[in-house]
Write a protein that binds this ligand. Sequence first.
Ligand code: ADP
Length: 171
Amino acid sequence: MRVVLIQGDITEQDVDAVVNAANSSLLGGGGVDGAIHRRGGPAILQECRLIRAGAYPDGLPTGQAVATTAGKLPARWVIHTVGPTYAAAEDRSALLASCFRESLWIADELGAKVVAFPAISTGIYRYPLDEAARIAMRTVRETPTDVDEVRFVLFDAKSLAAFEAAYDDVF
Ligand code: ADP
C-alpha cells in the first residue's frame, strides 16, 4: 500500500472514497464535514438520514464508520467516521485508531482502492496534531487492507508537517 501526503482540499480529490470526519448525528457539521456536504450536495445528507432511520437511530458511535454516495464530489463514496473529542484526562487514542481501521474495512467492502483521509479529530475535536498524526500513520500501517493508496489530505501547512513527521517515524 502506498501512503501519500498532500496539502489540499479533500472535496477536490479524484479518489474512490473520501473519509469524512463526521459527528455522530451524521446530519452535517462544520469543518471538513460541512465542506463535504456543501460540495457533494443533498444526496449525501439524504443517505445519512436513511442510515439514522435504519441502523443507527441514536447516531453513529465514535470510532465507527459507514458509507454513502459522494453525490457531486469527484469521489464515488464518502465514508463517514466519528473521531473522539480530545480529553487530556482520558486516553482516547484507541477510538481514533478505530476510525482509520473501520474506514479501511468499509473501503475494502466497497472495493475502493484509493482512499483520502483528513486529519480526523484535529479540528473542532481538538486532538493534538502530532499525536493524531502518529495514531493515523500507525493504524494505516498495521491494518491489513486491499486499498492501494491512502492519501492524507491536509488542509494547512502545519498539519502537513505533522503528518510528514509521523510518516518518517512510522515508516
Ligand atoms: P473534527 O471535528 O474531527 O476535529 P474538523 O473538520 O473540525 O473535524 O477538522 C479536521 C481536520 O480537517 C482539520 O485539520 C481541518 O483543518 C481539516 N479540514 C477542514 N476542511 C477541510 C477540507 N475541505 N479538506 C481537508 N481538510 C479539511
